[in-house]
Ligand binder design. Sequence first.
Ligand code: AMP
Length: 575
Amino acid sequence: MDDAKALQFIEEVTENADKVQQTTLAGILSENREVEYLKRFNLDGATDREAFKSKIPVVTYEDILPFIRRIADGDRSPILSSQPISDFVISSGTSGGEGKLIPAVKQDQDIRLLQSVLARAILNRHVKGLDEGKSLHFVFIKPERRTKGGLMVRSVITRLFKVDIKNMPGDAMKASSSPYEAVCCEDIFQSMYTQMLCGLYERELILRVGAVFASGLLRVIRFLQLNWRELTHDIRTGSLDSRVDDQAIRGCMGRVLRAEPELADLLARECEKDNWEGIITRIWPNAKFIETIVTGSMSQYIPTVDYYSGGLPVISAMYVSSECAVGINLDSFCNPSEVSYTFMPQAAYMEFLPLDNPEFSEPVDLVNVEIGKEYELVVTTYNGLYRYRVGDIFRVTGFHNSAPQFRFLARRNVLLSIDSDKTDETTLQGAVERAYKLLDESKVVVVDYTSYADTATIPGHYVIFWELLLKDPDGWPSGEVVEQCCLAMEEAMDSVYRQGRVVGKSIGPLEIRIVERGSFEELMDYAVEKRSATFSQYKTPKCVKLKEMVELLNKRVVAAHFSTALPHWAAEERL
Ligand code: AMP
């Protein structure tokens, strides 16, 4: 589909959003009329909205887990979807500590590809001439695994590069400065090193720089800070660092490597400066914008991205999850903190649970959401999810034709997130309790705790503030014990967190900051005085986000200790 057709398509489906939604639902239900799940609820082949809503319940992943398990274990009967399930995508959202497995089917893949074609057309409408240059977009795949029943399990990005790319027309990597072999290398260091090296060689051609999420982009900048000497050495001599020993990469890099001492000198001059403000534009002078998601929990990185990019426009192009790909940002160059995604009505059947009372309210249809209200997204898709709560929370900001536009607010129940990790209150509480066990309760107790995602370090890390009450004047825990507490907490985090720590290195070591006695009372005073909390209803927030509250606690820190080892993570875990 060319750009003009894609733009026309967007207009057509958004003008008739409700009709397209009904057709999409009817398509999904008629295709799957024989599946066990729908039969169980006696849908009897009906494809209309009313029957669907009256018979099929709104569910969470936990509700459908028994069906997913059967598929994963090898049951090939049409359980959720009539289409054969080719593999699973694994979500970074977790259930019981494990990544959620979402069945993948062909139509879902087609919908995702179409969404990216539409998003590309929007971008091309805003910036001309992108085809004349290259994109330095850092992407990393993750290790794959097989379920007991033999189905592959991969992340959405891994699937995109290992499976979907084969069905894309032409050379899908043509515009990318990263060789396919580098993207498909599971070793993050080797992949990042090679992608960076290629991006440096092609510095003049690069028109956009990015990574999927802003956290990833900042890691890449940090990587450059740590490795620019080796990288410029390679450019000066036309060689490839021996730490990159992946044979596929070494094979393809022969085409790229050449000795360019002048380029190496120029890059080294920029990198050796203490001040890295605007480094992206200094190294890639023709970059017109940064392409990375800075909405939702990633908005915490906007100031740092601005610092390194010298204020280039930042584009969050799409809202995509393992469950569905529904949102496109039609206004690419809007202020990053004002991004709204228009939900494409052909991409899934969508309903919205009003946030004011999610347990008791009926979900409303796509076209019936109200501006200013907040909702949780509920989707019905070709890959066998029926009225499934995705867990993402949005606020309606407007309409494009009759399709609503949504600002991504947060993930339901998520307190802490650095990269793709999403730690909720229950997990945090469990982690803190595990750490308490290492303290000598007869001598010291933790009076209160809260947490904070510290993104001033790259990669960011979790900080847990503790206030201790000494029962025994000699009860102060040693630094070593607090370090063990840090590690114990990390061990209690879910597999996505631990994989981020161990394999992806996208999360730094957890830190405990012990604050002086009375700090949490002062936090409460602050909330009551300044934030109009009431004494009787006040509960210590289990995560502090407000700058003033973080500062209040930071000023009272008497000791700080980091985890000194990596938590356990094994490849057979669910991500
Ligand atoms: P995964 O299922 O692991 O691919 O992660 C998808 C999740 O990432 C979504 O459910 C969101 O919570 C988050 N996410 C995806 N796209 C965006 C976006 N544009 N802005 C903010 N968060 C996003």
